[in-house]
Design a protein around this ligand. Structure first.
Ligand SMILES: C[S@@+](CC[C@H](N)C(=O)[O-])C[C@H]1O[C@@H](n2cnc3c(N)ncnc32)[C@H](O)[C@@H]1O
Length: 257
């Protein structure tokens, strides 16, 4: 049993321990990215999302390979800024990194987290809804476990906006929790994810209450739905780069000029 999160990524600072669902709650309210969650978010995501540290490493590699001078790199749903900082550190000097989140508590947390970073001068944070925000002149756009929180009816429109904001040769990085259409396979993956969370030190009560809170807030889709959406939005090629149980990271490439 290990309670120690993987801190091998330099962007992941030692976080406060997540105990949000540790005590019994008479009624579990729908999950929100509020102050209580923002405070412990880095620990929560590391202990809940298998492969999270690798997704940050992939974001760094994508930024190194595709980030271009005089363009913008966006981190959509930036939360506490772990991916934002990876983008800032991995890119050439003349890039702007823009982190967007509609949770004021998360933006405050992100401001605190980037304040001491060498590359923080490149970062601009915006407290905005992704459904209304302006995106332009982008070489890289990251959605690291964010799209799953948007209303299903808005996801195609957001992906189309991302595609049109990217310059030729630009890429979108999309990580998501996914579901399977085969119920038996889905139930095996759910059991493995549960076992992962137990190994990370979460109790059965915490796991059950968090699951109830996320019901109807985090709405996952299949890998095929995601790849089909990338294709429909116009991405010339797409691929799954990483899979850890039911957590996937995909990339879509916009055709170069
Ligand atoms: C699971 S977290 C993303 C984790 C983060 N990308 C990372 O790598 O650590 C999802 C984030 O998306 C934000 N979010 C959800 N819906 C949003 C919306 N409509 N507009 C802007 N941000 C949104 C939430 O506030 C939350 O911070």
């Amino acid at each position: 049993m290990t309670n120690t999160p993987d801190l091998s990524s330099p962007e992941i600072k030692r976080p406060s321990k997540d105990t949000v669902y540790a005590e019994h709650q008479v009624e579990v309210a729908p999950f929100e990215f509020n102050g209580e969650v923002a405070e412990v978010f880095d620990d929560m995501i590391l202990r809940s999302v298998p492969g999270y540290a690798l997704s940050i490493e992939l974001i760094r590699l994508i930024a190194q390979r595709y980030g271009q001078n005089n363009t913008q790199l966006y981190d959509l749903g930036c939360s506490s800024g772990v991916a934002t900082r990876a983008l800032a550190e991995a890119t050439p000097a003349h890039c702007a990194i823009i982190g967007i989140d509609n949770s004021p508590a998360m933006i405050t947390r992100c401001q605190q987290s980037i304040a001491t970073d060498a590359a923080h001068h490149k970062i601009e944070l915006r407290c905005e809804d992704l459904l209304n925000c302006e995106l332009s002149n982008a070489s890289v756009i990251v959605l690291n476990y964010t799209l799953q929180f948007l209303p299903m009816a808005e996801r195609d429109r957001l992906m189309a906006k991302i595609y049109s904001a990217l310059i030729p040769g630009g890429v979108v990085f999309l990580a998501e929790k996914v579901i399977e259409t085969d119920p038996k396979l889905q139930s095996e993956l759910t059991a493995l994810h549960l076992a992962f969370k137990r190994r990370q030190g979460y109790s059965d009560l915490e796991i059950a209450q968090k699951r109830a809170a996320l019901e109807a807030v985090l709405v996952p889709e299949t890998e095929q739905q995601h790849l089909a959406r990338l294709h429909s939005a116009g991405f010339e090629q797409s691929a799954t780069l990483q899979r850890a149980i039911n957590f996937l990271a995909m990339v879509g490439w916009k055709r170069a000029a």
